[in-house]
Design a protein around this ligand. Structure first.
Ligand code: SF4
Length: 192
């Protein structure tokens, strides 16, 4: 039986896909800083809507998948004569979403379907930046990416730091930039 600290957290799936090096720093060095982007995101998560039919921070875990996490918002709808439908919603502070956000949502769908013992084939990404939500159909590609990412995270080792992000634009919003120092390193590499 896996302990909680041996399970991969779903939010780490997103962190890892954003940049494996970021995941490494956060996991092993506990260096996460409260930068503007994180702080803003947390405040928006706290200012939650009070509409009914929603369950917030619904905890789910799966030893089989090796993951656990809290579904940000679970939308519960009564279906006439058929019980209820459950749809996970992942909220983001941004005005657009990326593949890593879709994969995070897919991870929640996979956890939820194991919990409910029924298929969960879609979820929503809600963007605070535009006040819109997008329906995401969970495909086999999403599911495979979830499994591959969990395996990659489980194989990360303390003595093997991942490379910098290919897209250094990501670094501008990254909370561990002071520890990672991608731009300084690039300059030093040129001097050597
Ligand atoms: S600063 Fe850039 S390369 Fe470093 S962890 Fe963050 S995103 Fe990755």
């Amino acid at each position: 039986m896996l302990r909680d600290d041996e399970l991969v957290n779903v939010s780490d799936v997103n962190q890892f896909l954003y940049c494996p090096r970021r995941y490494y720093y956060i996991s092993y060095f506990d260096t996460i800083e409260m930068n503007y982007f994180l702080r803003d995101g947390q405040i928006k998560h706290r200012n939650q809507s009070r509409r009914g039919g929603w369950v917030r921070e619904f905890y789910v875990q799966s030893e089989r998948l090796g993951i656990h996490g809290k579904i940000d918002v679970l939308e519960v709808k009564k279906i006439k004569d058929e019980g209820y439908s459950f749809v996970p919603i992942e909220r983001k502070r941004a005005s657009s979403y990326y593949e890593n956000d879709e994969i995070q949502l897919a991870t929640y769908c996979m956890l939820l379907e194991e919990y409910l013992d029924e298929p969960v084939g879609m979820g929503y990404i809600y963007l605070f930046g535009t006040n819109e939500r997008y329906a995401i159909t969970i495909t086999e590609r999403h599911r495979q990416k979830v499994l591959d990412t969990i395996t990659a995270i489980q194989n990360i080792k303390l003595d093997a730091i991942p490379d910098f992000a290919e897209n250094l634009n990501k670094c501008k919003k990254c909370s561990v930039i002071q520890y990672c120092m991608p731009f300084e390193t690039k300059i030093l590499e040129k001097i050597r």
